[in-house]
Design a protein around this ligand. Structure first.
Ligand code: CA
Length: 666
């Protein structure tokens, strides 16, 4: 997550005029806490009830409009102050289709009109709430939509995707380019005849699609027609409980984006794929002018020692999950997405900004809805935070949380080298000294007697209590694609060798314990043409270039084979750290850039009695001793065949450069 500092600063400058006086920090704790779950709009055909929490407000009102932007109010209604800082008003007529905004007066001054943070539908550009009949937002068959079966979190193979990237290429064969509906189209083909879009995801075999921010964010003007040059990742949240309008076929009518988001979820569910949303509760896209801040100035954010906004997100502000009403907002928001939109998981951006108690409550509440809903996040912050480390949901505290996972930067950078030093090589490209980091990834960051924790690149101790608390990956939307990174860090290597490194990286992620995570397009040697922080680069940088599927079919087939291998072999996705310690043993090897381990005893019910996995990141062949008996080769550097490509049986083996191999004994 890297993005919008400049953008945010511009907004702060623009909005100096609506700066509000914030009370001293301690005063926020004295604000009454409302525990009801009816904040925002509760609608029925004959009655709309509006509730707004704003303890410091002297007056509050709601303004009704005919449109999502512009025009004069149709009506202004004062809100009445009740208990616990809650203001309310009831309209006893059917106002479906109307738009509305809240406004509060503090210290004699009316602040800006904004939708309430709990708004579930908004007009164009999210400036006003919209009164929508929820029943009319359900696509046909929605009542029968079911989450695909998931037994264990370690069965998950995540595919991280931006809504636009799947379809925006001219060669996608998809009609609804850049839209939620682009993820509902089946039977789509590239001009080379390869399956694209949702069919591609099904064929590849991933279990979950993780969508980059798809709630309503600020940076795309939804009133303008689709422009391939105007693009954003979406890490600038505006309305948390509403889908992004630029991904809908109509951003004016607030019901359309809701319905089309649900159509997308249903289409993926129908194909057996679960859906995860990237959620960015750690900061808002604007600070002073945000919905939160115009209704309860300062409360939802942390303050620095000078009383201003602290900035652990490096985007101008950080939210204060430890404050009761912010925590409540986050918990209710994810519950809403899980129930109304049937979402199956949540990826928390800069999760380290949140406190652990909030993350535990998120996980606990979601598991009450369905125990298979998965929660994970970035276990770090982007800047200093006033929240003490012992309360933060940072990576090293993951073991203290329940059913919350974190990304393993240890494994990521062990595989390809330090993320902030693009020229640096990693294990797959021949840099020695990362063996323990790789082994740590193999055991999903858990405690294992054969890992030397003093030699790991970042962590000095196991941070996952159980394997499902680790997300193993080699690349994601941030930074270079894996393929570009290999070009930058190993320019001397032939393309054939870089393809070997790339496949080796894929094999390391997909054979390791824990939860596997793939950046969309890694299976096509995705390139962003060398760009790193492509958060606002045009479609032609960020799109999945579908011509690469036919061109690099061997890479695609290899990744597909690795996913199938992982699905077919429960030994590769053991469910407890204890099981891993019992069955997984590393071979003692003296060579650098060589890691090998066995998984014995039909682990986790596997059909294979013994499994031997070897990673060679060296530029040359490596020969070494292996346990005796005849081994069948299921995976080599070129291909995968679980029935057997070859066999080895003399107590030693040789592995080619930049290669992963998987062997087994029945
Ligand atoms: Ca938007």
């Amino acid at each position: 997550m890297k993005r919008l500092q400049v953008f945010t600063l511009v907004f702060i400058t623009l909005l100096m005029s609506c700066k509000t006086t914030m009370p001293i920090v301690g005063a926020y704790d004295a604000y009454p806490v409302y525990t009801g779950t009816d904040l925002g709009l509760t609608w029925s055909p004959g009655k709309s009830v509006f509730k707004l929490w704003s303890p410091p407000a002297e007056e509050a009102r709601i303004l009704f409009y005919a449109d999502g932007q512009g025009g004069s109010p149709l009506k202004t209604l004062p809100l009445k102050k009740g208990k616990k800082g809650v203001w309310s008003a009831t309209v006893k007529e059917n106002i479906e289709g109307q738009f509305y905004a809240f406004q509060v007066k503090i210290k004699g001054q009316w602040l800006a009109e904004v939708p309430d943070p709990y708004a579930k539908a908004v007009g164009v550009n999210g400036k006003r709430g919209m009164v929508v009949d929820p029943a009319k937002t359900n696509p046909s068959g929605w009542d029968n939509d079911r989450r695909p079966v998931l037994k264990n979190y370690t069965d998950i193979v995540i595919y991280e995707l931006h809504v636009r990237d799947l379809s925006s290429d001219d060669n996608s064969g998809i009609r609804n380019k850049g839209k939620f509906l682009g993820l509902t189209e089946t039977g789509t083909r590239s001009k080379e005849g390869e399956a694209t879009g949702i069919d591609h995801l099904v064929d590849l075999g991933v279990t979950h699609v993780h969508l980059l921010p798809s709630y309503d964010y600020l940076s795309i003007d939804e009133s303008k027609p689709y422009d391939p040059k105007v693009y954003n990742w979406g890490y600038d949240p505006q309305n948390y409980n509403v889908p992004e309008g630029s991904y809908a076929t109509n951003a004016e009518n607030g019901a359309v984006r809701i319905r089309e988001f649900k159509q997308m979820v249903k289409a993926l569910h129908d194909k057996g794929i679960r859906v995860i949303l990237d959620v960015v509760y750690n900061h808002t896209g604007v600070t002073e002018a945000s919905n939160f801040n115009q209704l309860v100035p300062g409360y939802y954010y942390r303050q620095n020692e000078k009383g201003g906004f602290s900035d652990a997100s490096a985007c101008g502000n950080e939210t204060a999950s430890e404050r009761a009403m912010m925590r409540k907002f986050i918990v209710e928001s994810v519950k809403y997405w899980a129930t109304e939109y049937h979402l199956d998981g949540f990826r928390f951006d800069l999760m380290g900004i949140h406190d652990m108690e909030t993350m535990n409550e998120v996980s606990r509440e979601l598991r009450k809805i369905d125990p298979s809903i998965f929660v994970y996040g970035e276990g770090w912050t982007a800047g200093a935070s006033p929240l003490p480390d012992e309360r933060k949901a940072i990576k090293k505290n993951t073991h203290l949380m329940e059913n919350v996972a974190a990304f393993s930067d240890d494994m990521r950078d062990g595989i390809k080298g330090h993320v902030f030093h693009p020229e640096q090589k990693g294990f797959v490209s021949g840099l020695a000294g990362l063996e323990e980091s790789v082994k740590f990834g193999v055991v999903a960051s858990t405690q294992h007697p054969q890992v030397n924790y003093q030699k790991i690149n970042y962590s000095q101790a196991p941070w996952a209590k159980e394997p499902h608390q680790t997300i193993n990956y080699a690349s994601c939307h941030d930074n270079h694609t894996l393929w570009d990174r290999l070009a930058i860090s190993a320019p001397e290597a032939s393309e054939a060798n870089r393809i070997r490194m790339h496949k080796l990286a894929g094999a390391m992620v997909l054979t390791s314990q824990g939860v596997a995570f793939l950046h969309a397009g890694v299976e096509l040697l995705r390139t962003k043409k060398g760009e790193e922080n492509s958060y606002k680069s045009p479609d032609d940088i960020n799109r999945l270039d579908w011509s690469r599927k036919a061109k690099h079919k061997d890479v695609y087939t290899y990744f597909k084979g690795l996913i199938a291998l992982r699905k077919n072999h429960p030994a590769l996705r053991m469910t407890s750290a204890e099981m891993i310690r019992k069955h997984l043993k590393f071979l003692e090897l003296s060579e650098s850039n060589l890691v090998a381990y066995t998984i014995s005893g039909n682990a986790n019910g596997d059909s294979w009695k013994e499994i031997l996995v070897v990673f060679n990141g060296n530029p040359g062949d490596k020969k070494f001793e292996i346990p005796g008996g005849k081994w069948t080769v299921a995976v080599n550097g070129n291909q995968i065949n679980e029935q057997g490509l070859d066999s080895i049986g003399n107590g030693s083996m040789s592995i080619p450069p930049y290669t992963a191999m998987v062997l087994y004994q029945q």
